[in-house]
Ligand binder design. Sequence first.
Ligand SMILES: *[C@@H]1O[C@H](CO)[C@@H](O)[C@H](O)[C@H]1NC(C)=O
Ligand SMILES: *[C@@H]1O[C@H](CO)[C@@H](O)[C@H](O)[C@H]1NC(C)=O
Ligand SMILES: *[C@@H]1O[C@H](CO)[C@@H](O)[C@H](O)[C@H]1NC(C)=O
Ligand SMILES: *[C@@H]1O[C@H](CO)[C@@H](O)[C@H](O)[C@H]1NC(C)=O
Ligand SMILES: *[C@@H]1O[C@H](CO)[C@@H](O)[C@H](O)[C@H]1NC(C)=O
Length: 590
Amino acid sequence: METHLLLFAFLIFFSLPSQSAKVVNNYIVQLRPPENVDISNHKVMEGYYNSFLPNTSGNAGDKSRMIHTYQYAMCGFAARLTKDEVDEMAKKAGFLNARPSRVLNMLTTHTPSFLAIADGVDVMSISLGVDHQLPLYKDYIAIASFTAARKGIFVSGAAGNSGPLQATVVNVAPWVLTVAAGTMDRSLKALVKLRDNREFEGQSAFQPSEFSSIFLPLTYPILPGYKDNICLGNLTTIKGKVVLCHNNNAAGIDIGYNVHKHGGAAMILMNGENEGYTTLAEAHVLPVSNVNYADATKILSYFNSSTNATAAIMFQGTIVGKSEAPAVAFFSSRGPSVEIPGVLKPDILAPGVNIVAAWPFTVGPKPMALTNTGFNIIAGTSMATPHLSGIAALLKVLHPRWSPAAIKSAIMTTATTEDNYGKPILDENHHTANYFMMGAGQVNPSKAADPGLVFDIDTKDYIAFLCGMGYSDKQVGFITGDDTQCEKMEKILQSGLNYPSIITSRGQHVVVKRTVTNVVEETSTYKVEVDLPKEVAFKVVPNVLEFNKQDEKKSFVVSINSGAQLNESIFGNLKWVSKKYTVRMPIIVH
Ligand SMILES: *[C@@H]1O[C@H](CO)[C@@H](O)[C@H](O)[C@H]1NC(C)=O
Ligand SMILES: *[C@@H]1O[C@H](CO)[C@@H](O)[C@H](O)[C@H]1NC(C)=O
Ligand SMILES: *[C@@H]1O[C@H](CO)[C@@H](O)[C@H](O)[C@H]1NC(C)=O
Ligand SMILES: *[C@@H]1O[C@H](CO)[C@@H](O)[C@H](O)[C@H]1NC(C)=O
Ligand SMILES: *[C@@H]1O[C@H](CO)[C@@H](O)[C@H](O)[C@H]1NC(C)=O
């Protein structure tokens, strides 16, 4: 089977919605699928879509207004329309809603804005940010991705770049695999050497061979009128020196450009407490070393206490396998999800720091040291997300019958919480990372290919979940594109969705059911293992699951009772262990 993989498909909208009824804007129009029609027949559907277009100068359906007709993501189209024309269209049977297109931020650091439209693919990757406080029925992304999931299209979405603040995760719909970003064991070394012989390992993607690593005077410029060193503005005292600059909002490339413009010979880009140990190898325009916060503090105190402070930078190329990884990157957005606190988000951790990728357009200050080669190295959860789409595409080839939820479950239950040295995965400040930072853990593609059991979810469950969120029939309809009548179905609460994780609140007694499907052709016996501290009472019934054939489903009930006196969140695991497999689901008492 041929698997189509969409990493970045962007449709660019230039205009922001205007208030005027006569001004043409780009609208995304959502329709109810026509009845008694083969909706997979594109010709028929085009006719249906065109029938909604405005009649201009007496001609029915002005097709020049059409931008895109959706074949997979939803029933509807994007078109250039005025508000008056939309109001007219809204009177027609089958119309659900029309919204002016919004410009969303791409979740790579310092990039322009696009709106992704995915159509005609099996796997897609969303690298756009949506306000994390918006309900699901308001982020296009939840809507398009729901229809995608319903059609068997796997969707991974970037968790966002608003870390390390808590509760900043975006793209949180339960049918999306939400991806956090971590480091990897490759560094592009730029060593800082001080006159007193101390050495500090930093990084830079620009490794100029002609730069001679001699000691040069250090400087820490503070402009008159400024309280702090920001290395922006008219720096007049830096010529020929190594300039110490704070990594202000991770705008290192821009800072470096300014230092270069004003004659600085090199720059030491110093992380603050927020960035911690996450160092970036970027395409700088001058010799740079980005050092971590601990080293930055030592270098700065050396500078403060010396009358003639000097430093050299030595470029040592790419070193692989010598550093502990992964660690969660400082910028990676954190859970819990504001909108769905009962579903673990992010879901998974993948490499998203210093990722080499094609770079088709020129962004940022010129001259860029690297980007005219057609490649660049950047960091962001949008760099982590395509890794998961690629892995999902591989799983889909191996297991063509698996639903997106089954693929997602396989990825999550086989993830690891240990780094390459067998120690717990850390965060940007070298504290143990928790599930709200890394989801179930770092993805392990080979294990995900053979998970033993999966937690599957079908579309009906997602709709029952949306009803359980308390959304109105109309709001649920915005997401599903159908007439949903919530009172006619059994609602699913957040903790009741068949998700491969459980979140409960402190002081509550929660009972949840989960169902696992045996995805291997063998008889097996699984025994339950739970790691939770003794303060949390739990029970799993039954505690043994036996499977005799492939596709067999077995349910179990977990009851968790945590004392109200618990004063911090607890992160544990429930594992089903057989001779061959360990199926792990994170448990959080929050
Ligand atoms: C355009 O005109 C056709 C008849 O020519 C009519 O069926 C259709 O509803 C009209 N479309 C709109 C949007 O008014
Ligand atoms: C920067 O400051 C120097 C020295 O004060 C001055 O000569 C120069 O014109 C200034 N440049 C700009 C762009 O303001
Ligand atoms: C170094 O001096 C600057 C002021 O010039 C001060 O802001 C900073 O805290 C000092 N840092 C250390 C590590 O001594
Ligand atoms: C300061 O350091 C520079 C570069 O190493 C050296 O040439 C100069 O003699 C030193 N000055 C003093 C006063 O030590
Ligand atoms: C949490 O509770 C334990 C005992 O229940 C207590 O020893 C500890 O100091 C508390 N921690 C905080 C941060 O309040």
